[in-house]
Design a protein around this ligand. Structure first.
Ligand code: GDP
Length: 644
């Protein structure tokens, strides 16, 4: 339930739609807004990178002025909306925070793409976010003036300026344009130039623009107006219901902690009792001052606030009130018109937070996720789900010691998940110290994909390090036959046995083997597989008084491990099925050496000595190095060695 407000609205009346700008860094988002506003916020920012959230209201008169050159279209489009509220997004915070009960308050978006670069990492991330919130968007294919030889016609509609270009320039433009179309198609999106888009349900329009010359901007504005008036009427109908969401929480000199709010429906008044979500529970307070930017000026330019007694949607509003220090961005703002409504609204904001924090599959073993706002938490969880990163816990706000302790539970279960992924959050120094002591990893970033990239790299490093450690313990499955003609390092038969015993070789045993199945690797412990006892040699009968000399054991006999492998006189690390190689069989210090000719001979089959641990290591770390046949051999050896 939303609280009713006293606005007098006419049925069918439209409010100003809310539009976000998203895209990769440096594609020209800020410059594009500046150009529309005829101001220069971008020039005043460090490194030209947008760093704050801003909202700009474009009254319809200014849009009419800018679309003047599109006369033909203007005749067709009747302006019904009072203006356009554009949210200037540095990254995606505003878009993700602009939410109400999980859906977007942003009616449409401009996705800015640099014509010369096409789809970039944050373009993809923006598309994921837009899809997550089902937000329609138009692509501004920016920087057309960068095409070699482009002749600018300031503020001209695209078709007008395009018609004036030479054939060479048109060809260059078309080639770049086509590259972008193809790369979107590869991602599963149909896009086409707005002037040729006959089916807006199937194709996303692309408006070529230049934020430097203003070319194409009339088309972009006209397109936004036409799109909202044609397809989003229900979403932008002015209704007697207050809808507002906290975009950002900011400390402003002279005002204290304020909240920047997007009021998308209804009226806010000075003195209203508002209820918003706080880190430590719902916050109930009175609006002390309602501040808005001047028309066509940014919310972030602080000297230009005007104070209002009341504000009608849609508008970016700064609210000054007491007790807003712990307000959570991305949460809805409600007005309690009657004192009895307060409790109900407090419950409502708590439920919103709870549902955002519980709307994920909690894994037994997984990372902890922490975010500064509800909206970015939802976006991060959605992204981690698609990246198949399991999550065991979530939280909002700075990372404190209690969060580290919670993440440390994973040290026992799966060490790499003893990790906190913090999106746009501060880490308390004490928490960092504890994390370092306990071995909990904390990653923080202000861009979602940077965070997941960091985590993927970390997981890879951990797995590689574990693999390197386990390599010493891993036993690859192999079955070997002995090549009788290749027994090196021979020694004479013991004198008492005579020549009847044939060839002997010991310490180290060097013999030729053929890999019958599996993979032979240096370091593999070997056993003789034969199980029957063969008769002892005649001279060794009990009557001679000497103990019998069994050549084969009733049980598998360990004969040592593969010290090295040679193939074509070169040392190799491994040999595969059907390869014939020479192996040196050695024993660890203190283990009595076995003897070829006595403990085994050329009729025997050797195999790697498998254990439960060795099989587990194979499964967890070396799965990708074994083929189907190798796994079959693992299974055979497992039953041979009675491993459960
Ligand atoms: P943002 O990070 O997406 O907000 O990008 P900016 O608006 O800060 O622009 C990044 C750089 O690209 C700046 O140097 C701009 O002057 C430049 N730029 C932006 N739009 C255009 C354009 O249409 N044409 C040209 N030639 N340069 C542009």
């Amino acid at each position: 339930m939303q609280a009713l407000c006293a606005a007098n609205t006419t049925a069918g009346q439209l409010r100003s739609p809310i539009c976000c700008i998203l895209g990769h860094v440096d594609t020209g988002k800020t410059k594009l807004l500046d150009k529309i506003r005829h101001t220069d916020v971008q020039g005043g920012e460090a490194g030209g990178i947008t760093q704050q959230i801003g909202a700009t209201f474009f009254p319809i008169a200014s849009i009419q002025e800018q679309t003047r050159k599109l006369r033909r279209a203007e005749e067709k489009v009747k302006y019904e909306i009072p203006g356009l509220l554009i949210i200037d997004t540095p990254g995606h915070e505003s878009f993700t925070n602009l939410r109400s009960r999980g859906s977007s308050l942003c009616n449409m978006a401009i996705l800015v793409v640099d014509l010369m670069h096409g789809i970039e990492a944050q373009t993809e991330e923006s598309m994921r976010l837009l899809a997550m919130r089902h937000t329609p968007f138009v692509i501004a294919l920016n920087k057309i003036d960068r095409i070699y030889g482009w002749k600018p016609s300031p503020w001209a509609p695209f078709s007008e300026t395009y018609a004036k270009q030479t054939d060479e320039v048109k060809t260059l433009f078309r080639a770049k344009y086509q590259e972008v179309v193809t790369s979107f198609a590869e991602k599963g999106y149909n896009v086409c130039i707005h002037t040729e888009n006959k089916d807006t349900n199937t194709f996303i329009s692309m408006v070529p623009t230049s934020a430097i010359t203003g070319e194409g901007i009339p088309d972009l504005l006209m397109y936004l107006i036409a799109m909202t008036q044609r397809t989003l009427r229900d979403d932008i109908s002015l209704i007697n219901e207050l809808t507002a969401t906290v975009l950002e929480v900011k400390v402003i000199q002279g005002l204290g902690t304020t909240v920047d709010v997007v009021l998308s429906n209804g009226i806010l008044r000075e003195g209203d009792t508002i209820v918003v979500c706080g880190l430590n529970g719902p916050i109930t307070t009175q609006i002390r001052a309602l501040l808005t930017p001047q028309p066509c000026r940014e919310l972030r330019v602080k000297s230009q606030y005007t104070q209002h007694r009341e504000i009608l949607a849609a508008m970016g509003v700064k609210i000054s009130a007491q007790g807003l220090e712990n307000a959570v961005a991305g949460s809805p703002l409600h007005v309690a018109y009657e004192p009895e409504e307060v409790e109900f609204l407090q419950e409502l904001v708590s439920q919103d937070l709870e549902s955002a924090m519980s709307n994920f599959e909690r894994a037994e073993a997984g990372v902890c996720v922490q975010s500064s706002t509800i909206g970015s938490l939802e976006a991060l969880l959605a992204y981690l789900k698609s990246a198949k990163v399991p999550v065991s816990g979530v939280s909002i706000g700075p990372i404190y010691k209690k969060d580290v302790v919670r993440a440390s539970v994973m040290l026992e279960r799966q060490q790499e998940y003893a990790t906190i992924l913090g999106f746009d959050v501060q880490v308390d120094p004490e928490a960092q110290r504890l994390a370092d002591e306990m071995g909990v990893r904390i990653f923080t970033a202000a861009i979602i994909y940077h965070l997941t990239d960091m985590f993927s790299k970390y997981i890879n490093d951990v797995r590689e390090a574990k693999k390197a450690r386990d390599r010493a313990e891993v036993v690859f499955p192999c079955q070997l036959s002995i090549v009788p003609s290749c027994i090196y390092n021979r020694i004479h038969s013991p004198a008492h046995l005579g020549s009847a015993f044939g060839v002997f070789c010991s310490d180290p045993i060097i013999i030729g083997v053929k890999v019958v199945a599996g993979i032979l690797r240096a370091g593999t412990p070997l056993v003789v597989m034969t199980k029957e006892i063969v008769s002892c040699c005649p001279d060794d009968s009990p009557s001679t008084g000497r103990p019998p000399l069994p050549r084969v054991f009733a049980q598998d006999c360990d004969i040592g491990y593969v010290g090295s492998i040679e193939f074509n006189h070169r040392t190799v690390e491994r040999a595969s099925k059907d390869q014939e190689v020479a192996v040196k069989i050695v024993n660890r210090q203190g283990v009595p050496p076995k003897m070829f000719g006595r403990h085994f001979d050329e009729h025997d089959i050797l195999c790697s000595k498998m254990t439960r641990k060795a099989i587990d290591v194979l499964k967890t770390d070396f799965r990708d190095e074994l083929q189907m046949d190798d796994w079959k051999l693992v299974s055979t050896l497992k039953s041979h060695f009675n491993i459960s």
